[in-house]
Structures are given as structure tokens and as C-alpha cells.
Design a protein around this ligand. Structure first.
Ligand SMILES: [Zn+2]
Length: 277
């Protein structure tokens, strides 16, 4: 596993947000990633747009030349209607263009939200009982069309293991795995923190996944039974997950581990030190 920067650390985010010039911001992002010693950067669309004030459409080429680049679409979205599907296809088309131009190796997506989970509260319009199957059917048709286009460009496309059944269309890990099995070229991005928090055994999950390649992991620690905010995205070593065994199960350079540790930069450097100890 090689490590990629996701969060910059809260104090670095404050500094970037204060800069007015995009080139200056990207240069600072580069410096922060180098300072941590990351081999890669994961550009997450929502995080870069909302927290850093950077347009993820214009990733400078030199970022992709200096780091192994992966692109995470942090969008939460529904696939309830034909309009939702059309919009999602537009988003994917845009991401593919960005990924090709910036030389990203992998693009990862969240699964669709459940129909009755509000993006902007209150919104309970689409709570028909068959919404899970309908959304999965729409996701299937989008992937049928777009997965080959990513693979044609030499870019892997991955689905993140967000399987909290009260939020996402998958009813759990088994349902998720059954779905991805039907797309042999589709990669899997394992969200270690959320999956552990939801009661899954991460090392067991990793060793059971053989048909679909794990392209990456979102790395941060977790503690079950705390509130979601307090029990996830913790610095590595501060929670319950056995990272030593997890990291040992991967080759050095094939799979990325993006550090989704929230809070100050110190938590990120401590996490990296823990992982390489
Ligand atoms: Zn994640």
C-alpha cells in the first residue's frame, strides 16, 4: 500500500482558504503533501471545492506529474428519477475528462443515497418501497455505459463500501459485494472507518474480496458505540482497528491508502508514523 493525502490537517485548510490565488493554493497543497511524505494525493471534489476553495476541474498537470493522483467524487446523490440518472452521467463524464487530463489513476464514487434520505431537508418525496432496486438498476445502467470508458483510458473506477443501510441503497456488505461482483472490472474502495464502525471485520472483508480488486482504502480509525462524529475518522492507533494486520495484507505499490483523518495535521503525521513503525 502506498499512502495518499486526503485531509490536509485543519490548520492547513485554514491557510489555504485564506489564499486568494488558485495557483498559490495548489502550490501549498503540494508543499503540505511533500511535507508529510505522501506518494500520492487524493483530490476529493467536495473537500477541495467546499473547504479549500479550489476548483477540482482545474487540477494543474504538475500535481499529477509530482504525485500519484486519485480522484474521489465526494458527492452524495440520488438515482431515483431519469433526471437524476442524466445528471449523474453528466457528473461522471466531467470526472472522466478531469481524470484523463490530470492523469489520475483511479476515480471513486459513493453509492447512491436511499431515496428517502434528504440531501436538503426536508425532502421525503421518493419513499416508494422498491426504491433500493430502482436506484441499483439505474446505477447498473450508468456503470454498464461508463465503466468501459474509464478502463479504456487506463483509469480504474471504484465504488466505495458505504453500506449503512439506513443511508445508502445497499442493504449491507453482502448486498454491496453481490452488486460489484456483476461488474468484473469495477474496483472496490474500502472505507475502513465507517465499515468498522458499522460492525464489519475489516481484515476478514479484505481477505474475502477476490473477484473484484481493492483499488484503495480510506484510512482512519474508529470506535464502535460512540456517536458517528466522535467514533469515526480518528487518527490511526487511537481506535479499535488492527492496522498492522491490514497493511501487511497489501503489496507496497499497488493499492492506495488515503488518510481520511480529521482534525489537526499532527493526527496525520502521527498516523503515518504509526503505519510505518
Ligand atoms: Zn471514505
Amino acid at each position: 500500500m502506498y499512502y495518499t493525502m486526503d485531509n490536509l490537517g485543519s490548520e492547513n485548510v485554514v491557510r489555504v482558504a485564506q489564499m486568494s490565488n488558485e495557483a498559490e493554493k495548489w502550490e501549498y497543497v503540494r508543499q503540505v503533501a511533500s511535507g508529510f511524505g505522501f506518494a500520492g494525493i487524493q483530490v476529493s471534489s467536495t473537500y477541495y471545492e467546499r473547504d479549500l476553495g479550489l476548483s477540482p476541474v482545474d487540477i494543474p498537470r504538475w500535481i499529477g506529474e509530482s504525485f500519484r493522483l486519485t480522484y474521489h467524487s465526494g458527492d452524495l446523490y440520488h438515482l431515483n428519477t431519469p433526471e437524476d440518472e442524466r445528471h449523474f452521467e453528466e457528473v461522471i463524464a466531467r470526472i472522466l475528462r478531469i481524470a484523463v487530463r490530470s492523469r489520475a489513476e483511479d476515480v471513486s464514487l459513493h453509492p447512491p443515497l436511499l431515496a428517502n434520505v434528504a440531501l436538503h431537508a426536508p425532502d421525503h418525496r421518493y419513499d416508494a418501497p422498491d426504491y433500493r432496486e430502482q436506484s441499483k438498476e439505474r446505477l447498473r445502467s450508468v456503470l454498464d455505459k461508463w465503466l468501459p470508458r474509464f478502463l479504456h483510458e487506463g483509469i480504474s473506477l471504484s465504488m466505495e463500501t458505504h453500506v449503512t443501510s439506513s443511508v445508502f441503497v445497499f442493504e449491507g456488505m453482502r448486498d454491496f459485494l453481490e452488486f460489484v461482483l456483476t461488474f468484473p472490472g469495477l474496483g472496490v474502495l474500502v472505507d475502513v472507518s465507517h465499515n468498522h464502525y458499522d460492525g464489519y471485520d475489516i481484515t476478514g472483508l479484505v481477505s474475502s474480496l477476490q473477484s473484484n480488486p481493492i483499488t484503495g482504502l480510506h484510512l482512519s480509525d474508529a470506535i464502535r458505540g460512540m456517536t458517528l462524529g466522535e467514533g469515526t475518522h480518528l487518527p490511526i492507533g487511537e481506535g479499535e482497528i488492527d492496522f498492522r494486520t491490514l497493511v501487511e495484507s497489501f503489496d507496497k505499490d499497488t493499492v492506495y491508502g488515503a488518510l481520511e483523518v480529521r482534525g489537526p495535521a499532527r493526527g496525520i503525521s502521527d498516523s503515518l508514523a504509526y503505519l510505518s513503525a
